[in-house]
Every structure is written in structure tokens, then in C-alpha cells.
Design a protein around this ligand. Structure first.
Ligand SMILES: Nc1ncnc2c1ncn2[C@@H]1O[C@H](COP(=O)(O)OP(=O)(O)OP(=O)(O)O)[C@@H](O)[C@H]1O
Ligand SMILES: [Mg+2]
Length: 264
């Protein structure tokens, strides 16, 4: 099956967003299909704001955002999550004294069949659900090379591994759309390889899912993503294969301009 036949998972149509009169997103139009899509651009370009407009943390001022054809505007983060959308945060948000496996299990709320009352009373169905989730969480940790110490407290892991645990958590729920905000930031080369292999392995088993990756690590984007969109001052400059996009003079200029500004 080609990706075109699988259709669009996430759609931005003319999205704008301003904070106190400062335009942060201007007429953002973008289609995200199954597989990996990169969202790149200099610091402050509006990448996280785009992600927040999908996940219900922010509401755009105008335009439309659809997930699998369903309008997400006006929905709370929990309601968007119920559509099958999961995300990670730019800084890891693990529960420090829970174990790695428990932190991954926190991602499992949407598919609990037995509900909270059954859980509260420790009914057999709830225990079975929990056991299934625990096994899935362990398998995901294995996929990401963290299978050795699933019961170690999350805060005992190096920061790179904590970020990978957070990615694993985002995948537990059989999401249709995964939004990763700088998953490789702070990761060493080995951890980046583990992340790439884990994500590739997971997507191989979930070919209908779409994963949008915001990253400054452009090599990771080139390795994983057939398509990347470049955001600059809140506008999409260009969308296409990463190698081509990154050679485009307009994109080179945007990145160089940002570097010069950062050096001022
Ligand atoms: N809640 C907010 N209130 C006011 N301004 C905000 C808010 N969130 C983001 N901004 C501003 O919007 C612009 C875009 O921010 P955003 O975090 O989306 O950029 P980014 O592309 O993710 O950058 P980075 O690569 O540094 O993470 C920035 O100028 C930022 O200061
Ligand atoms: Mg950001």
C-alpha cells in the first residue's frame, strides 16, 4: 500500500495564532501522512506552537486542524488524546519515583476496558488489563533498548534514557498520530541510534500511524523522514524530502539568519 492510498492523518488549513499581538503562526497549511514527517526550523519559528494547536493545549485564532478528518478545534487535550493523538514534551515529563515500566504504562489510559471503578476495587478484569499494559510497556522498552532495567525508578536513568522512556510512553496507546517535540535533544549518538531504530521498528508494526517529529537534529530528520516541512517566522517555507529542502537557498538563508541573530 502506498502512503497516498493511506490518506492524510493530520491536516492544518490556514492556521494562524498570535500571542498578545505577536503573530506566531501565519496561514500554516500542512498535510501529514502515515509514516514520519519532520517539522524543522530555527528557534522560535513556531514548531511547538503548531504541535500545541493539534494536541488541544492551544486554540488557533483561525484556520482548521483535523486529525483523521475530525476537527480538533475546541477539544481539550484529553479529548484530542481520545482521538488517538499522543505527544511528548520538549523537556521530559516523567513521574520521577515511578519505575520506567510504570511511566510507560501512564500512556495507557485510553484503552483500559474495565474503567476506574473496576481498577479501584482490584477486580480481576482490571488486573488482567493492567497485566496486559505492563507486558506491552515492557515490550516497548525492549524495542528502545531499555529492557534491562524496567523496574528501576525513572529518575535513576540518564536524561537521554528518560527522553526515550517518554517516547515509548507516547506509543503505548496504539496512537494514530504521534507528536514528538525534540526527542533527540540532549541525546548522545548511541541514544539517537537507539531512538531511530526503536521508532523504525514501531512504525514497521503500525504502518497506518503518522509520526510528526520536531527536531533540530537534521541528520535524524534526514534518516527517518521522507518529508520535512520548514517553518520560519510562523510560515511554512517549503515542504519536501529533507536533503532537497535543506539545500534550498531560502532554507539555508533562514537557518543562517537565525545563527547570525543568535550570535548578536
Ligand atoms: N504561551 C505563549 N505566550 C506568548 N508567547 C509564546 C507562547 N508560546 C510561544 N510563544 C512565542 O511564540 C514563538 C514561537 O515559539 P515556539 O515555542 O512555538 O517555537 P519553536 O519553533 O518550538 O522554538 P524552539 O526550537 O526554540 O523550541 C516564540 O517567539 C515564543 O516566544
Ligand atoms: Mg519548541
Amino acid at each position: 500500500m502506498t502512503t497516498t492510498e493511506l490518506g492524510t492523518v493530520l491536516e492544518f488549513a490556514g492556521v494562524t495564532k498570535a500571542f498578545g499581538g505577536n503573530s506566531v503562526l501565519t496561514d500554516v497549511t500542512l498535510e501529514v501522512r502515515p509514516g514520519f514527517t519532520g517539522l524543522i526550523g530555527p528557534n522560535g519559528a513556531g514548531k511547538t506552537t503548531c504541535l500545541n494547536c493539534v494536541s488541544g493545549y492551544l486554540q488557533p485564532d483561525s484556520g482548521e486542524v483535523r486529525v483523521a478528518g475530525q476537527d480538533v478545534l475546541g477539544r481539550s487535550p484529553a479529548a484530542v488524546a481520545r482521538l488517538g493523538v499522543s505527544r511528548t514534551f520538549q523537556t521530559p515529563r516523567l513521574i520521577p519515583n515511578l519505575t520506567a515500566v510504570e511511566n510507560v504504562m501512564v500512556g495507557g489510559g485510553r484503552h483500559h476496558r474495565q474503567g476506574h471503578i473496576a481498577e479501584l476495587f482490584g477486580l480481576p478484569g482490571a488486573r488482567r488489563d493492567e497485566q496486559e499494559q505492563r507486558e506491552k510497556a515492557r515490550a516497548l522498552l525492549e524495542t528502545f533498548g531499555l529492557g534491562e532495567h524496567p523496574d528501576r525508578a525513572a529518575n535513576q536513568f540518564p536524561i537521554g534514557s528518560q527522553k526515550i522512556v517518554e517516547v515509548a510512553r507516547a506509543l503505548l496507546n496504539e496512537p494514530v498520530l504521534v507528536l514528538l517535540d525534540e526527542p533527540a535533544a540532549g541525546l548522545g549518538a548511541e541514544d539517537v541510534d537507539t531512538l531511530v531504530e526503536g521508532l523504525n521498528g514501531w512504525l514497521g508494526e503500525h504502518p497506518g500511524a503518522a509520526v510528526m517529529i520536531i527536531e533540530h537534529d537534521l541528520e535524524l530528520i534526514t534518516r527517518l523522514c521522507p518529508t520535512a516541512a520548514v517553518l520560519h517566522f510562523g510560515r511554512i517555507l517549503l515542504t519536501g524530502p529533507p536533503r532537497e529542502v535543506l539545500r534550498d537557498p531560502v532554507v539555508v538563508e533562514a537557518y543562517l539568519g537565525a545563527e547570525v541573530a543568535a550570535g548578536d
